[in-house]
Design a protein around this ligand. Structure first.
Ligand SMILES: C[C@](O)(C(=O)O)[C@H](CC(=O)O)C(=O)O
Length: 304
């Protein structure tokens, strides 16, 4: 029966083991970002193997604020839970700094696991954290971040949950110091390493050559790191690539174009071929399955 349920009513199990399997496989994992259930359904239905919940995109869409450390744990958790509930693929969630000391990190990990998350990313910034492609980031010590990662790894309810350790040290301490930090985080139990914002292909190659764990590339269009095609990322040595705000950016741009068209012509008709129509949008959310489930428990008209 569960196969007939819409994904929003299904209990998706085994996703963390699946993520582990994917990470152990030969192909580079392309993991687009989502910030809400519309973007999440787009990623899931497009056939990507996993999805990344972007803290930055959630901050923008939930608070109307850029990624400047305003988003609280409760707010990201709520969004992560809704997203994990509406897709069948593994979800990797941006957990920023872990939201406090080691005890907060432990709570973050457990709550995110209960929310259906398979991968949890924690970074070595001090609060208020900032986007990794912006200036003004402050770091905690390597020892403090090692404590975060050990706490995260130990707190896991499911041993398959993947801990992603991110270092933001490239900008303030240089690439080699960032790689030393990454090595310490691997030693502390991180499953995947995320060296934020290398500034050239040569730096990306150096980072991957030094890493003793699967490496994550962060493709931020207009950010500090070159945006490189997947085949090249794989050749450099990356195991997965996130595209945290590619959908945010294209949805924002298409929205601007639609609104310009509406203002200028008085109708949205000129954009019809670039939007999902009513049925197209409802299909994205499996409307026929929702109706079928409802019908199963509803007295037919006339029998009431
Ligand atoms: C990965 C990231 O932390 C995010 O919130 O998605 C951001 C991405 C972005 O700002 O587009 C980052 O700091 O790189």
């Amino acid at each position: 029966m569960s196969g007939e349920l819409p994904v929003g009513l299904r209990l998706a199990t085994g996703r963390s083991a699946r993520l582990r399997q994917l990470l152990a496989g030969p192909a580079l994992l392309q993991v687009p970002g989502a910030f809400d259930c519309v973007s999440a359904r787009l990623v899931d239905t497009a056939g990507f193997p996993a999805l990344y919940v972007t803290g930055s995109g959630v901050s923008m869409s939930a608070l109307g604020a850029p990624d400047v450390g305003m988003l609280s744990f409760a707010e990201i958790l709520d969004r992560v839970k809704r997203i994990a509930d509406c897709v069948a693929i593994p979800v990797i969630a941006d957990a920023d700094t872990g939201y406090g000391g080691p005890l907060n990190v432990m709570r973050t990990v457990r709550e995110m696991e209960r929310a259906g998350v398979s991968g949890i990313q924690i970074e070595d910034q001090a609060w208020p954290k900032k986007c990794g492609h912006e200036p003004g980031r402050r770091l905690v010590s390597t020892a403090e971040m090692v404590g975060r990662i050990r706490a995260a790894a130990d707190a896991r309810l499911d041993p398959d949950t993947v801990i992603v350790a991110r270092t933001d040290a490239r900008a303030s301490e240089g690439l080699e110091a960032a790689l030393d930090r990454a090595a310490a985080y691997a030693e502390a139990g991180a499953d995947v390493l995320f060296v934020e914002a290398p500034e050239s292909a040569a730096e990306m190659r150096r980072a991957c050559a030094a890493a003793g764990r699967p490496m994550l590339a962060n493709m931020v269009e207009g950010g500090r790191t070159p945006v490189v095609p997947a085949a090249e990322l794989a050749a450099i040595g990356y195991r997965l690539a996130i595209y945290p705000n590619s959908l945010t950016r294209i949805m924002a741009r298409m929205g601007q174009l639609l609104l310009q068209e509406l203002g200028a012509t008085g109708t949205t008709a000129g954009m019809a071929d670039r939007m999902l129509d009513h049925t197209g949008l409802w299909s994205l959310f499996e409307h026929e399955r929702w109706y079928a489930v409802e019908a199963r428990y509803t007295v037919p008209p006339g029998n009431a």
